[in-house]
Design a protein around this ligand. Structure first.
Ligand code: DGJ
Length: 696
């Protein structure tokens, strides 16, 4: 049972989660100080840990440094600052004074004020199953510059060593997993681009260097934010490591004052035992149970026209694709870029969100009706935050974009960023999106965002830097409003592939586009990194054509399907050109994907063998009575005999039927010795094994 207790004698709060304990106290100066994060402890025993601050070792070294729950700079605090303030008279830094606290079931709020200035700081802690969500609120009666406001600082216990797990990437190569020893000093992962970004993703996991996929303690921290962000791991000579994180970036301050509070996004923390596998499964459960808007649903098999047609779309051609897609068993047909304004390439038309009448002479209705008539849902691509300078919108409103006077307006992909922090711009976007969805019966929006911010100015506004936060908040508000007004609407978040994947957008998007790289081999690695934190049920994955347009590689169709159906299956190839054999195989594999998707989308993921070499990669999902094993061999060497694949997550006391082979296996044997996969011979061999628990 989760719960929160206040040990008044020790001025200590003990927060007990499903399988972990977190504790903090007020130190002698009222500073909120960390006490414990780790395995479950009896709350009353935590008092033992809640001693006084230790005296400084000498004039330079403070053994308590890095223990602050939100490391405010100032005085003799030299840790990586998580809270930096400048008051109107020039005074810097906060001096904490405890005010009061509230416990509302699983939610603790501790209120502080500054010792002199009329500024209030509230620290929030809220259990969501095994995950502790934290955030900070600031408010003030006079204007205060907030140079930095992290959501929280997380203090790790003193371990023998520290290792960081995180992902890096770039366009078409997102979420590449790294596990590296934590450097002494500060290691920062960040985006200064106004979007979550391809180059890093706002989470980090920490272990002592010995955790494996199946064993060991893992501490994880993830930020729910889709704009610029920063996570800093600080490792000091006192032997401590902290991770502090929040929105924003250096040199961009927030302002609070009368009527202008600041609430940071949630940063979530999770302690698990059982290795990286257990950590990922716990994160997936959290996202499914507490983040995703409709976790109980199964995501439909979609078709997306982008790789088939590029910008060259027409009603006739989309209708033909839709007919083909429906015949394959597709359930959601998505028309991508190129249907509006003068958008016949990436040079023009963004911002002019009216149907291109040359391409769709009678508007969108005939296509939408045809798609619905084929028994599919209809989805459409939009990129609301962007404008091409060559557009009627930009010609009418050149001031709507992020810009500074006397500075160039840097174009990327021939486009500029609209300033959604402006209420007139956000209202305009709501107007056309609401009409697009409402008037045409649109069931699904693919919401794209194809460039980072630059020259992020807002001439004439008294506090232009607020756009960095308010743009993202306006995007969230717009998504939330559309969803509320159109309850059947579902969303896919996309930013030039996987540039907008985070816990913030997943609270309002049903799925995310993982990468523009659809090469099945590269996808194994991208999906491996994605799945460290995010669940397969939100991971959009398409089967596209050979040779792959990013890598030039050709991969057998079966292999491509088997990789994509380990997430939310989509088809993105030019199916009009597929030979009958391929279409027949696609029909069969789409039926298979539908059969196994409750297990994939709602089940627990076990990474049996990661895609780190050219041997066999395997993963397994388990849900209720069923298990599905995916195995992929990219290259066969030396006619090596196949090794049994040890499974996980099964009941050793039960028997499992292989639904395709008709054989039954003891759960204990599958766990202890493994399953003979029977992969076909040769390169690019893949197999899906479906197991179901049967009476003994
Ligand atoms: C980038 C996306 O990642 C692609 O899937 C496609 O929608 C293009 N944008 C369209 O411009």
């Amino acid at each position: 049972m989760a719960g929160i207790r206040y040990l008044a004698d020790h001025r200590t709060w003990v927060l007990t989660g499903e399988s972990s304990t977190y504790a903090l106290r007020l130190d002698e100066d009222d500073v909120p100080a960390h006490v414990f994060w780790g395995p479950k402890l009896p709350p009353e025993d935590v008092a033992e840990l809640s001693g006084k601050a230790l005296p400084w070792w000498d004039g330079f070294n403070d053994p308590n440094e890095g223990l602050d729950e939100l490391a405010a700079d100032g005085g003799t605090k030299y840790w990586t600052p998580a809270l930096q303030l400048r008051f109107a008279d020039g005074t810097r830094a906060l001096e904490w004074r405890y005010a009061t606290h509230e416990i509302d079931r699983d939610h603790l709020t501790i209120h502080f004020t500054d010792r002199h200035y009329p500024l209030r700081v509230s620290l929030h802690y809220r259990w969501k199953s095994g995950v502790l969500e934290r955030w900070t609120e600031l408010s003030a009666d006079t204007d205060v510059e907030v140079v930095r406001a992290d959501s929280a600082s997380w203090v790790l216990p003193v371990l023998d060593d520290y290792r960081l797990s995180h992902v890096t990437g770039r366009w078409a190569a997102e979420t590449q997993l790294h596990r590296t020893p934590a450097a002494h000093g500060e290691t920062t992962f960040a985006s200064r681009r106004g979007i979550t970004g391809h180059h890093a993703n706002p989470w980090v996991m920490v272990d002592d260097g010995t955790a494996t996929e199946r064993h060991g303690e893992v501490y994880g921290v993830a930020l729910a934010w889709s704009g610029s962000w920063r996570l800093t791991a600080t490792r000091s000579s006192t032997g401590r490591l902290t991770v502090s994180g929040g929105f924003g970036q250096e040199g961009v301050a927030h302002r609070v004052g009368p009527g202008k509070p600041l609430t940071t996004p949630v940063i979530a923390g999770l302690y698990t035992e059982g290795g990286f596998g257990a950590a990922s499964r716990a994160w997936h459960a959290y996202v499914r149970e507490h983040v995703l808007p409709h976790p109980q649903e199964l995501r439909p098999v979609l078709y997306n026209s982008w790789e088939a047609t590029g910008f060259d779309v027409s009603e006739e051609q989309q209708r033909i694709l839709a007919e083909r897609a429906a015949a394959l068993g597709v359930e959601l047909f998505v028309m991508d870029d190129g249907w509006f304004g003068a958008r016949t390439g990436d040079h023009a038309g963004l911002g002019d969100w009216h149907v291109n009448r040359h391409r769709f002479p009678d508007g969108l209705e005939p296509l939408v009706d045809a798609v619905h008539g084929l028994g599919m849902k209809f989805g459409i691509w939009v990129e609301p935050e962007m404008v091409n300078p060559d557009s009627d919108l930009y010609r009418a409103h050149p001031d709507w974009v992020l810009h500074h006077p006397h500075r160039r307006r840097s174009e990327l992909r021939n486009q500029l960023v609209l300033n959604f922090a402006r209420t007139d711009v956000a209202e305009w976007a709501h107007g056309w999106l609401d009409r697009l969805v409402g008037d045409h019966g649109v069931d699904f929006l693919k919401w794209d965002m194809n460039r980072p911010f630059s020259e992020a100015g807002w001439p004439g506004d008294a506090d232009p830097d607020r756009l960095w936060v308010e743009h993202t908040r306006a995007v969230y508000a717009l998504m939330d409003r559309l969803r509320a007004d159109h309850p059947g609407l579902r969303l896919e978040a996309c930013s030039g592939g996987g540039g907008r994947i985070d816990l913030g957008v997943l609270a309002r998007a049903d799925q995310v586009w993982t990468s523009d790289n659809t090469d099945a081999l590269d996808r194994l690695r991208i999906q491996h990194g994605y799945g460290q934190l995010y669940p397969a049920g939100a991971m959009s994955a398409w089967v596209t054509d050979n040779p792959n347009f990013v890598t030039g590689r050709s991969v057998p169709l079966r292999f491509r399907f088997h990789v994509a159906m380990a997430g939310v299956l989509g088809v993105g190839g030019n199916i009009v050109g597929w030979p009958e054999d391929d279409l027949a195989l696609a029909r069969e594999l789409i039926a298979l994907a539908k059969d196994i998707r409750p297990v994939v989308q709602h089940g627990a993921l076990y990474r049996l063998r990661p895609p780190v070499d050219d041997g066999v990669t395997a993963l397994q999902y388990v849900h209720e009575d069923r298990a599905v094993v995916f195995a992929y061999r990219q290259a066969a060497h030396f006619n090596a005999p196949e090794r049994p694949m040890r499974l996980e997550g099964l009941d050793p006391a039960e028997r499992y039927l292989d639904l395709d082979a008709g054989t039954t296996h003891s759960g204990a044997v599958l766990l202890a010795r493994g399953l003979a996969l029977g992969l076909p011979t040769g390169d690019f061999a893949s197999k899906v094994v479906r197991l179901e628990r049967v009476p003994r």
